[in-house]
Design a protein around this ligand. Structure first.
Ligand code: C2E
Ligand code: MG
Ligand code: MG
Ligand code: MG
Length: 281
């Protein structure tokens, strides 16, 4: 049983416990049942182009609707899933659910935009990953170009060649690939050169105080310039204020994502924004 740590707050994994505790064994089966059942849900957050304020794509973000604890955010269980070898199964669910949702929207006649899913390092190293994507996309009868994936540099630090080949194959299928949380990892320029990356997402830690921190502003400006020189789309994450938006627009950033426009919301709610197409703010 997961342990409560303070009011309404709890942890699935307590590093002070032995790694293979009864607690973890129980959680592991709890977690598997949750994957098979209906306890996980995807919320969607739009990305907005700064040239016309249109929704260009969505990011799918997982939530666990825990029967006793209510909504649990991925920060509390992704690392656990990764450690326990459950992240591939979870990622497969995210992929199927995203494709199911896209197909459902298409069937309703809604003009859909591509949806990005977050992919963990283990998934990308999994030999079956590319074929599984190919299969699921074809099962739901949707175009692979309606799917995007977001990776982080963690996906390629330990092993470069296998993830690179998977990304090349996905790129060949028509999926766009984004490098997430840019600036927080190694930010190796050679990754950008040697991987088929289409999009850079500047981490929100550089955006939050961009108007007062000249270092952050310099990093953002040079990342935008670098991205553009390499022919990439540059997205700023975590845009919460009008001031940040104006700054990023002036700096030539292509797209933004953040609470200023829209928090991640359930499919039923995001569909209203999709129907409207443009975001007026
Ligand atoms: P991420 O991919 O960098 O996603 C962006 C996170 O920032 C999301 O948190 C989002 O809700 C939050 N966010 C968006 N706009 C704002 C803003 O304006 N201000 C602030 N403060 N936050 C904002 P979330 O949903 O809790 O996800 C956290 C991380 O969990 C994600 O970071 C991603 O690394 C991971 N994650 C989420 N869904 C999945 C998934 O399906 N699979 C895997 N492997 N990882 C996932
Ligand atoms: Mg992401
Ligand atoms: Mg990010
Ligand atoms: Mg992040």
């Amino acid at each position: 049983e997961a342990k409560r740590a303070g009011r309404g707050c709890f942890r699935f994994y307590d590093p002070s416990l032995n790694s293979r505790s009864i607690l973890q064994a129980d959680l592991s089966s709890r977690f598997r049942r949750a994957i098979m059942g209906d306890e996980f849900v995807l919320h969607y957050q739009p990305r907005i182009s700064l040239n016309g304020y249109r929704i260009t794509s969505l990011e799918a973000l997982i939530r666990w609707q825990h029967p006793e604890r209510g909504m649990v955010f991925p920060g509390e269980f992704i690392d656990y899933a990764e450690q326990e070898g459950l992240v591939v199964e979870l990622g497969n669910w995210v992929l199927r659910e995203t494709c199911r949702q896209i197909a459902a929207w298409l069937a309703e006649g809604i003009t859909v935009v591509p949806v990005a899913i977050n992919v963990s390092p283990k998934q990308l190293r999994d030999q079956t990953f590319v074929n599984y994507i190919r299969e699921v996309v074809s099962d739901y009868g949707i175009s692979a170009s309606l799917l995007e994936i977001e990776i982080t540099e963690r996906c390629v630090v330990e092993d470069f060649e296998r993830p690179r080949q998977a990304l090349e194959a996905l790129s060949g299928l028509g999926l766009k690939i984004a490098l997430d949380d840019y600036g927080t990892g190694f930010s190796s320029l050679s990754f950008l050169k040697r991987l088929p990356i289409n999009v850079i997402k500047i981490d929100r830690s550089f955006i939050s105080d961009i108007r007062n921190q000249s270092n952050d502003a310099a990093i953002v400006a040079s990342t935008i310039a670098l991205g553009h020189n390499l022919g990439l789309t540059v997205i700023a994450e975590g845009v919460e204020t009008r001031e940040q938006l104006i700054y990023l627009r002036a700096a030539g950033c292509d797209e933004v994502q953040g609470y200023y426009f829209q928090k991640p919301v359930a499919a039923a709610e995001i569909v209203e924004a999709l129907k409207a197409g443009e975001v007026v703010r």
